[in-house]
Design a protein around this ligand. Structure first.
Ligand SMILES: [Zn+2]
Length: 240
């Protein structure tokens, strides 16, 4: 299916290749993750300017030939996110968000919701760099689980359906579990449970905060879910 592909895309990674080229890992709304090569981009007179760096949201024209890599023929900036690049915490948050998307989704696994979620997260970190931190990063990961189709069950025991006495979380069971089913679970307190429910239900810009102890439990729940259902191990966000 050789031809031109017009699409928006967000640059997840941009790697030097050869003398003047770059290999890009992009996330697009309809194709999901794709790899592309931009030729001559590191020459002074390149028509791409500095637009092929991580976190750029672009209007792209790509040529699709027989190679696994598409070729970038045109790239126009939709959003450059200049402010997040000047704030260490926001830059770190943006890097983690792009890394999580790259790790969780293989090529050929498109989710338009993931594209919009990542675009929202980068726009938020650019608009309000002070938002960057552990609660924001966990809310992003939680919404990533939702977009990927393996959101944890939080309303009732994931093993038996019991709606009350929910006291643990089990990645293997797929969510919160009751006292009778908690054999493979770790304790999940009310505050962590509230954080998960609220962060999942609200826009990223209105994600709640919580105590470090509750965020640690919420983080464990997210990492366990990803590991059991996405078969991916992400680095913990840690204290931020
Ligand atoms: Zn149960």
């Amino acid at each position: 299916m050789a031809g031109a592909l017009k699409t928006q895309g967000i640059v997840l990674r941009s790697l030097r290749y050869g003398e003047a080229d770059r290999i890009l890992h992009l996330y697009t709304p309809d194709r999901g993750r794709i790899g592309a090569i931009a030729k001559g981009v590191r020459r002074a007179k390149s028509r791409f300017g500095g637009r092929l760096e991580p976190f750029f949201q672009l209007d792209l024209v790509l040529y699709e030939g027989r190679s696994d890599l598409l070729t970038v023929t045109s790239a126009e900036t939709v959003a450059a996110h200049p402010r997040l690049r000047e704030d260490a915490a926001a830059l770190d948050g943006a890097g983690r968000a792009c890394e999580a998307v790259a790790r969780v989704f293989d090529e050929g696994d498109p989710h338009a919701g993931v594209y919009h979620l990542l675009a929202n997260e980068l726009a938020l970190l650019d608009r309000e760099p002070a938002r960057a931190g552990r609660a924001n990063a966990l809310a992003f990961r939680l919404k990533l689980l939702l977009a990927a189709g393996f959101a944890p069950q939080l309303a009732a025991c994931a093993s038996c359906g019991e709606p009350e006495h929910l006291m643990g979380f089990s990645g293997a069971a797929g969510g919160v579990v009751c006292g009778a089913c908690e054999a493979s679970a770790f304790p999940l307190g009310q505050e962590a449970h509230d954080f998960l429910v609220t962060a999942m239900g609200r826009p990223l810009a209105e994600a709640p905060d919580a105590s470090p102890a509750a965020l640690a439990q919420a983080e464990r729940a997210i990492l366990d879910t990803l590991e059991h259902h996405g078969h991916v191990r992400l680095k913990p966000v840690g204290r931020g």
